[in-house]
Ligand binder design. Structure first.
Ligand code: AMP
Ligand code: MG
Length: 414
C-alpha cells in the first residue's frame, strides 16, 4: 500500500471511530431524555404549585398572612364588642382580681381564637379570659353564643379567611379555653386581650381589641382595634379623648404593625379591610408642648409619679387620661407624644396582652418603649412581663431624656 493510501485509510478509521462515539453519546442522551420525560412533565404540571409554595414561604417570612388574619379577626371581634356596648345587659362578672369581664370579652376572645386556630392550628395563644365560669353558667353561655353566632364580617371572602362561623357552643368554649398558653421564649404564640380597658368600655370611653404574634418571644405582628378613637390620624388628643364617646361619629380605627415594616392605621370597618395609611410619631421639638397620656384608673399607674415626671420635664398641658392600649395607638399616630405607666405596687406584674401590640406599633412608628429602668419590654417570660417594671413610651429622639427624668423622680422617692 502506498504511503498516501495508508494515511487516507487511517484517517477514515479515525472518522468512523469518532462517529461511533458521537452516535453512542446521542443514543445515551436520547434514552435519558425518554426516561426522564415523565418526570419533567410532572415538574411542569406542578410548576404553578411550586411557585405557590415559594410565594407562601416568602409571604410567611414577612408575616402578611398573619397580619391579614389578625386585622380581620380584630375587626370582626370589634363588631361584637360594639353590639354588646349597646345592650343593656352586658353580663358583667367580677373576676378573682375583682376586675370586670363582660359577655363582650368572652365573645371577642372566642371569635379571635377560632380565626387563629383555623389558619394556624399549631400556634398557641395567651388570652386574658378562660371559660370555666361559662361552663357552669348556662344563661351566660347562651347569651354569649347568641352574640357569637350572629357576628360575621359582611364581606364573605373576608369572613372565609377567618374560617367562617364557630360550629357549636362547645367549640366556642373550647376556643376561649385555647387561650391558656403559658407563653415563653419558644415558637409562635399570640397574645390576646379581647377587651383591653373593660372599665373604659363600660363607661363608653376608650377600649381596644388587642392581638399580637410573638415568635421566640419577640413581637412580630401587632394589631389594635380602637372603636372609640377617631379615624383621623391628625385629630390630636384632648382632655376629652378618653371620656364618654357614645355620641361621637366618625370613630373606629385599626392600628397595625409588622416588625421592620412600619405601622399603619385604617378605618375599623365591618367588611374587608379598608385602605391603610402609614403612621409616625410626631417629632417633639419643644417638650413643654408635649402631650402625655396615662391610665384613667389610679390603681393601674401612679398618677402622682407621672405628674412629678411631667412637671420636671416642663410639660405644661394636663395629662390625657384614657383606658387601654388606645394610648399606644394615639402616640404612634402623633395624636399625643408620651405614655407613662409607673407602677403603683412593687409586686404587680404587667400582663403581656396589655402591651405586646402597642409596644410594636409605637416602636415601628419611630418610638421607643422601655420599662422605668430603661429595659426593653421582655415578652418571653411567660404570661406576664416578669422582668419589667412600668412602661415609658416616647419618640425615640426624646426617650432617653424622658427616661432620665423618670429615674430621677423614682430615685428621689427612695
Ligand atoms: P389601662 O386601661 O391602661 O389602665 O390598663 C388596663 C389594664 O390594666 C387591664 O387590662 C389590667 O390587666 C391592667 N391592670 C390591672 N391591675 C393593674 C395594676 N395594679 N397595675 C397595672 N395594670 C393593671
Ligand atoms: Mg387589658
Amino acid at each position: 500500500m502506498s504511503r498516501s493510501a495508508y494515511t487516507k485509510n487511517a484517517s477514515n478509521r479515525r472518522t468512523k471511530f469518532w462517529l461511533l462515539i458521537l452516535s453512542l453519546f446521542i443514543a445515551t442522551l436520547a434514552a435519558y431524555i425518554v426516561k426522564a420525560l415523565p418526570r419533567l412533565a410532572l415538574i411542569s404540571t406542578h410548576l404553578p404549585a411550586s411557585r405557590t409554595i415559594f410565594t407562601t414561604t416568602t409571604k410567611m417570612s414577612n408575616y402578611s398572612k398573619e397580619l391579614e388574619v389578625a386585622q380581620l379577626a380584630v375587626q370582626r371581634a370589634a363588631i361584637l364588642t360594639k353590639k354588646v356596648f349597646h345592650e343593656k345587659a352586658k353580663g358583667t362578672l367580677s373576676k378573682d382580681d375583682s376586675s370586670p369581664v363582660t359577655i363582650g370579652d368572652f365573645g371577642a376572645q372566642a371569635l379571635i381564637i377560632a380565626a387563629i386556630k383555623s389558619n394556624f392550628p399549631n400556634d398557641e395563644v395567651v388570652g386574658e379570659e378562660e371559660a370555666s365560669s361559662l361552663r357552669e353558667n348556662q344563661k351566660l353561655r347562651e347569651q354569649i353564643w347568641e352574640l357569637v353566632k350572629g357576628t360575621s364580617l359582611s364581606d364573605s371572602a373576608a369572613e372565609n379567611i377567618l374560617g367562617g362561623p364557630i360550629a357549636s357552643v362547645h367549640a366556642m368554649l373550647d376556643a376561649i379555653d385555647a387561650g391558656n398558653s403559658a407563653g415563653g421564649d419558644k415558637g409562635r404564640i399570640w397574645a390576646l386581650d379581647p377587651i383591653d380597658g373593660t372599665k373604659g368600655f363600660l363607661r363608653g370611653g376608650q377600649y381596644a381589641v388587642c392581638l399580637a404574634l410573638m415568635v421566640d418571644g419577640d413581637v412580630k405582628v401587632g394589631v389594635l382595634g380602637c372603636p372609640n378613637l377617631p379615624i383621623d390620624d391628625s385629630a390630636t388628643l384632648t382632655a376629652d379623648s378618653g371620656k364618654d364617646q357614645t355620641d361621637s361619629k366618625g370613630n373606629g380605627v385599626l392600628f397595625s404593625a409588622v416588625a421592620g415594616q412600619g405601622s399603619t392605621s385604617r378605618p375599623l370597618g365591618t367588611a374587608g379591610l379598608g385602605e391603610s395609611k402609614a403612621i409616625q410619631m410626631r417629632p417633639v421639638n419643644d417638650i413643654t408642648q408635649a402631650t402625655f397620656c396615662e391610665s384613667v384608673e389610679a390603681g393601674h399607674s401612679s398618677h402622682g409619679d407621672q405628674f412629678a415626671i411631667a412637671s420636671k420635664l416642663g410639660v405644661t398641658k394636663p395629662s390625657v387620661r384614657m383606658d387601654s392600649q388606645a394610648k399606644y395607638g394615639s402616640i404612634a399616630r402623633g395624636a399625643g407624644d408620651i405614655y407613662l405607666r409607673l407602677p403603683t405596687s412593687a409586686t404587680y406584674q404587667e400582663k403581656i396582652w396589655d402591651h405586646a401590640a402597642g409596644d410594636l406599633i409605637v416602636r415601628e412608628a419611630g418610638g421607643q418603649v422601655t420599662d422605668s429602668l430603661g429595659r426593653r419590654l421582655d415578652f418571653s417570660k411567660g404570661r406576664t412581663l416578669a422582668e419589667n417594671k412600668g412602661v415609658v413610651a416616647a419618640p425615640a429622639a426624646i426617650h432617653s431624656h424622658v427616661l432620665d427624668v423618670v429615674k430621677e423622680v423614682l430615685q428621689a422617692k427612695k
